[in-house]
Ligand binder design. Sequence first.
Ligand SMILES: [Zn+2]
Length: 60
Amino acid sequence: MTLSASPTVETPWWDAYVRLSDHCVTCPTCTAVDQQGTNLRLPCTTARQLSEEHRQAWRT
Ligand SMILES: [Zn+2]
């Protein structure tokens, strides 16, 4: 999926995707990196919830 293909009408999956993206760049857990700058991919309850919402919205 490319960001340039953003739909003109807001869809539930798009809304969920935006919320997930917003979370991932602002959440201290999701953005945690090690000394090499590699994302630690720490488990984040909110991110998991948002990504689950996105998956479900995508299916409908
Ligand atoms: Zn997070």
